[in-house]
Design a protein around this ligand. Structure first.
Ligand SMILES: C[S@@+](CC[C@H](N)C(=O)[O-])C[C@H]1O[C@@H](n2cnc3c(N)ncnc32)[C@H](O)[C@@H]1O
Length: 270
């Protein structure tokens, strides 16, 4: 049976359940086969290296889950905030980040309880495609940031020539939406749309760096490889594709083919 609609309440209870069922970030970055782990950690290290390049002493992570980025961010920084919609994840984030000057707040990304320009840097990593109020969330990210915004999202290489964010057709979302996290995706975002996010707001942010990950032919190769579970062969394969990915990930044409794109927006007068 097809669904007509998805409510905010259902979305909330989905993330609540997801949080109760285990450590979400451990699941992403430490489990699965070697290829999956490589891919997840690759997008993670790209974010961390961008953060290191910026001069930011106060930080906000929107959709922080268990606060892994906060742990990384908090070193040598004044303070960090993490927000998420899932209480169990935030409880873990609090426990894990005990030693750092950080705080966690249960809130929706589209309604951030902070004043304008509250943080030097705001990051939002793999969250936007799950949000009902996407437009509002985008403007919130830029509103509360003083200097930098880093956004990472899955992007759809089939939409290479489109500058539109495309909402998923609710009528095609299956009834078991809440049981299948992949069906939780509400938006298809093209890389062209992503790098224009700053145009949603009338602040002087410009897109300063774009990095695409996991180009399409690599994704295809992943599907094709018959030795998915042979970690030795796979690690050699990964070594090769990492070299290719490294050389293409900042190329103007190829980053549009990435299935994940990371963008650093910077205030123009910095
Ligand atoms: C795929 S996870 C990414 C977690 C983390 N940013 C990372 O990249 O490791 C998406 C996160 O967004 C959170 N989330 C989903 N909808 C949200 C919303 N409306 N407001 C705030 N957080 C939300 C989820 O609870 C989850 O922790």
């Amino acid at each position: 049976m097809m669904r007509k609609n998805i409510s905010t309440k259902e979305i909330k209870s989905f993330y609540e359940l997801q949080g109760e069922s285990g450590d979400h970030q451990k699941g992403m970055y430490e489990s699965g086969n070697i290829f999956y782990r490589w891919f997840q950690n690759r997008r993670r290290t790209v974010v961390e290296s961008l953060i290191k390049q910026c001069n930011a002493s106060t930080l906000l992570d929107v959709g922080c889950a268990e606060g892994l980025f906060i742990r990384f961010l908090s070193k040598d920084r004044e303070y960090s905030f993490g927000v998420d919609i899932s209480k169990p994840k935030l409880m873990r984030a609090k426990a894990y980040n005990n030693n750092y000057d950080s705080s966690f707040i249960l809130t929706d990304a589209s309604c951030l309880p902070f004043r304008d320009n509250s943080f030097d840097m705001v990051i939002c990593i793999d969250v936007l495609r799950y949000l009902i109020n996407l437009d509002k969330a985008i403007s919130e990210l830029f509103r509360v940031s003083k200097k930098y915004v880093i956004i990472q999202s899955a992007t759809d290489p089939r939409k290479i020539f489109s500058s539109k964010i495309i909402q998923r057709d609710y009528s095609k979302v299956k009834k078991d939406f809440m049981l299948n996290p992949f069906d939780g995706e509400l938006w298809f975002i093209s890389s062209r749309a992503l790098i224009r996010f700053n145009r949603h707001i009338d602040k002087d942010f410009k897109c300063s760096k774009i990095i695409g990950h996991f180009q399409i032919f690599i994704a295809l190769a992943y599907r094709a490889i018959p030795f998915k579970h042979n970690e030795k062969i796979l690690s050699k394969f990964i070594w090769i594709i990492e070299k290719i990915d490294n050389s293409l990930s900042t190329n103007r044409f190829f980053y549009h083919l990435g299935i994940f794109t990371t963008v650093l927006f910077k205030r123009e007068n910095l």
